[in-house]
Write a protein that binds this ligand. Structure first.
Ligand SMILES: Nc1ncnc2c1ncn2[C@@H]1O[C@H](COP(=O)(O)OP(=O)(O)OP(=O)(O)O)[C@@H](O)[C@H]1O
Ligand SMILES: [Mg+2]
Length: 270
């Protein structure tokens, strides 16, 4: 669905943010992108809905090249984006109005707009917030409203750029649950995060460092084959424990990614 080849990007001030990036994302994939601050994650995903355009190389979405302006409406309809700071995205006085804004702009009939708003609120579990002001909500609720607003436009792909980073643990779990439901419904999901725990059930994990992709594989393979601390990111706790056990001579059958897997491995040791 998204094809990126030899992408290089310089900001207007000359900063080189991306260099030699090749990435191909298939329909329905759940891809996690991680990397230290300033490694180029946001710059990369902003190329996927034509918010940024390549300095060199090319990016295409559904075969449409982002460098051609006439394709931007179709590309932005196909690829929606939710940011870390949802406040800047709110337009409506109520949650319902806010979510309806996107489909209204697409000129859809009002009965269809109502259906889409209801469907999005149900997916995010926020129907009870319908008549509240988006600005009065908690951080987690705001992220859910922003996500519902993107979902109401029926995108084929949704990009989440560090949407969980400012949330408390409970809200984070709720937002992650919503992201998983959106993926389970057939939408391609690209989730940018600092927390590799959030990558354990992804189809693929991409690691960025200094504007380049330094790993792109199944999460388990990335955890086994790369020194992620060297790229400024912490391993999931379960993976660290599993590796410590292996170093201490308990030869686990494999690398455990979750609590359940680690427990299974420990039980096998007896
Ligand atoms: N508007 C801008 N103008 C100039 N340089 C920028 C701009 N935005 C980002 N950069 C630089 O581009 C590089 C990549 O930044 P980017 O924001 O893509 O990284 P990131 O991985 O998303 O970081 P973070 O984890 O902090 O969100 C960094 O060196 C950054 O300082
Ligand atoms: Mg960023």
């Amino acid at each position: 669905m998204i094809d990126i080849r030899k992408l290089r990007y310089n900001y207007p001030d000359g900063t080189l943010a991306l260099d030699s990036v090749d990435l191909h994302i298939g329909r329905g994939e759940f891809l996690v992108i991680a990397g230290r601050n300033g490694s180029g994650k946001s710059s990369l995903v902003r190329h996927m809905n034509a918010l940024l355009l390549p300095s060199e190389g090319f990016v295409s979405v559904n075969g449409l090249c982002t460098s051609q302006k006439k394709h931007h409406p179709d590309i932005r309809r196909a690829v929606g984006m939710v940011f870390q700071e949802p406040d800047s995205q709110f337009i409506g006085m109520t949650v319902e109005e806010d979510i309806a804004f996107g489909p209204e702009n697409l000129g859809l009939p009002s009965s269809r707009i109502r259906e889409l708003v209801d469907m999005s609120m149900t997916t995010l579990g926020i129907s009870g917030l319908r008549y509240l002001s988006p600005r009065s909500l908690s951080g987690g609720q705001k992220q859910k409203v922003a996500t519902a607003g993107v979902l109401a436009m029926e995108p084929e792909c949704v990009i989440f750029d560090e949407v969980t980073s400012m949330l408390d643990p409970l809200s984070r779990q709720e937002v992650l649950g919503a992201i998983r439901r959106i993926h389970a419904g057939g939408t391609t999901v690209i989730h940018v995060t600092h927390r590799l725990e959030e990558a354990v059930d992804a189809d693929r994990l991409v690691i960025m460092d200094s504007g380049r992709i330094v790993a792109d594989d199944l999460p388990r393979n990335v955890f086994m084959e790369h020194d992620l601390e060297g790229y400024g990111i912490e391993m999931p706790v379960m993976v660290t424990l599993s590796k410590m056990l292996a170093r201490a001579g308990f030869s686990g059958r494999r690398l455990a990614l979750t609590k359940e897997e680690l427990l299974e491995d420990i039980c096998q040791l007896r």
